[in-house]
Design a protein around this ligand. Structure first.
Ligand SMILES: [Ca+2]
Ligand SMILES: [Ca+2]
Ligand SMILES: [Ca+2]
Length: 538
């Protein structure tokens, strides 16, 4: 197996270039994009992290008929999990593409017709590239808050750390007849649990690189990772785990996002580029049960998630397991409690399978091959004199952000695919129109029968099932303006039912009178998506 792995490693060498490096300063990058955006991108501070760092939102909109506050708004969140800088890079990449796309259309002189400019004139995008700046600055998963995981009254006092000074936190392994682990006989660089059912016995212990800094007899027991912002939102928040926060939305980062969302009632869709994913596979279905918070997508919304997931996989060519976690995640809160469709993806993962047929490697072996090829993420085992354990070995997989293992050349294509997906996905939505508005003369009385057909041509229902539950949006409203005429039968305003996706319709009828030449106007409005208007003169 070792030989196969090495041969495969050789074969893949050309395919996987060295790993990419992350941008050093997202705030500076954002400022640069805003500066060259010709007013398209404006930034503001929506709050401060636990450490006190500004959390910025970039708002992107071009001048248009409707002010940005009344247009359909799209929210993009990234940088919640501190080890996921790739999401932040992607969020900044969307901004750069919007700015460059709009600028290119201006140079050609037909800016108003350009796709990007038209999109930015009819929509508004709110992009928060770093929800958890503490995590990225401190290299930890959560924010700057100090925690006491082992409840000894001291915080962050004993985290796994770099003992041998190679700049990396790896693993320790040492021989111990009571250990559960064995050195993988097929690949001695990997460890695996002994399979006692097959008569194997553990020979080693394995722990993260750590020493007992505070002398309490335990190593690495207080890991200094802060509160996890990506698990601190209000839907199915996990209680009694200090890492998820003392209560839902307990952290300044989460509160800033929640306040922003509640202050922008025109948000219609959200994207979360972070550690969770609900696009790579079939979403889990949930049914309302009493007062329990939903643990899956409502049946009527399943098609939406399946359609958009398929779109994502087509655009990006990605496949894999969904990780549609609900516990305190940003997307689940946005979907189930705020009531807007929220799509989440981790953007890239270390491959879990490489090669085909007999040469295929999976799981940790695939990871090892990948790390060797990108030249990062794995350290060869080497002896080390541990202060408490004596001679041990240090090595194995490095504790680091998986994003840093992404091959450098892969990013451009992946980001372009994600941007194309974003544009395609926001096209999915309800689109209500007045298909017909007709008048028929009734005898010689001067009365007319008006008829209208209202239709939803979009590929989402006028109101998603969750939006209906949260009552965030109302169903489409219509109003008949009589232009000096009068209404004999019917109402001059009302609300439609929930017009179904792809052709859901409703017919309306009135009897009116008026002087010859009277103009009757019918308005249809689905706030904040927009509507239609038609008139008829009799
Ligand atoms: Ca402690
Ligand atoms: Ca080390
Ligand atoms: Ca300790």
């Amino acid at each position: 197996m070792l030989t196969t792995t090495l041969v495969l490693a050789g074969a893949l060498a050309a395919a996987i270039p060295p790993a990419a490096t992350p941008p050093q300063d997202p705030a500076a990058e954002l400022a640069k994009i805003a500066a060259r955006s010709d007013g398209l991108v404006t930034t503001s501070v929506i709050g401060r992290s636990a450490f006190g760092t500004a959390i910025e939102v970039a708002t992107v909109a071009a001048p248009g008929d409707t002010p940005p506050s009344d247009r359909p708004a799209i929210l993009i969140l990234a940088g919640l999990h501190g080890h996921h800088p790739l999401g932040t890079q992607l969020a900044l990449d969307h901004l750069a593409r919007f700015v460059d796309g709009a600028a290119a259309s201006n140079e050609e002189g037909d800016g108003a017709d350009d796709e990007t400019r038209a999109l930015l004139a009819s929509h508004v995008f709110h992009v928060i590239p770093v929800v958890n700046p503490d995590g990225q600055l401190m290299g930890r998963i959560g924010n700057a808050k100090a925690l006491d995981l082992d409840r000894d009254g001291r915080t962050d006092e004993d985290a796994p750390r770099d003992l041998d000074g190679d700049g990396k936190v790896t693993w320790m392994r040492w021989a111990d007849p009571d250990g559960e682990w064995i050195v993988d006989p097929d690949e001695p660089r990997l460890m695996r649990k002994a399979d006692t059912k097959k008569g194997e016995r553990g020979t080693h212990r394995m722990e993260l690189e750590a020493a007992d800094t505070d002398g309490d007899g335990q190593r690495g027991e207080d890991d200094a990772q802060g509160v996890q912002i990506h698990r601190n939102f209000a839907h199915r928040h996990e209680e009694f785990d200090r890492r998820t926060g003392a209560w839902p939305v307990s952290e300044p980062s989460t509160k800033a996002v929640a306040d922003f969302v509640f202050a922008h009632r025109n948000l219609v869709m959200a994207f979360v580029w972070d550690c969770d994913d609900n696009l790579l596979g079939k979403p889990k279905k949930g049914s309302p049960r009493g007062r329990t918070q939903l643990d899956g997508i409502l049946e009527d919304d399943l098609e939406l998630y399946e359609t958009v997931g398929k779109l994502y996989r087509e655009h990006t060519g990605r496949s894999g397991e969904v990780a549609d976690r609900h516990d305190g995640s940003a997307w689940s809160w946005l979907n189930f409690q705020v009531g807007i469709p929220a799509f989440a993806s981790d953007v890239w993962r270390v491959p879990t399978k490489l090669g085909e047929g007999d040469d295929a490697v999976e799981g940790e072996r695939a990871r090892l091959v990948h790390c060797l090829e990108v030249g990062q993420g794995f350290v060869d085992w080497h002896t080390y004199e541990h202060p408490e354990l004596g001679e041990i070995e240090l090595g194995g997989f490095v504790q680091m952000s998986d994003d840093l293992l992404m091959p450098a050349g892969a990013r451009e294509e992946l980001f372009a695919a994600h941007h194309a997906f974003l544009l395609d996905a926001i096209d999915r939505g309800p689109a209500v129109h007045i298909r017909e508005f007709t008048a028929e003369k009734l005898g010689q009385s001067g009365a007319h029968r008006l008829r209208a057909v209202l239709i939803n041509d979009g590929d989402l229902p006028a109101q998603t099932a969750t939006a209906n539950r949260t009552r965030r949006f109302s169903r489409p409203r219509w109003r008949l303006h009589l232009g000096g005429g009068s209404l004999v039968v019917g109402n001059d305003s009302g609300q439609t039912g929930n017009l179904a996706a792809n052709g859901g319709k409703e017919e309306l009828e009135w009897i009116v009178t008026g002087e010859p030449g009277t103009t009757f106007t019918l308005e249809l409005d689905l706030d904040p998506v927009g509507g239609d208007r038609k008139e008829i003169t009799r």
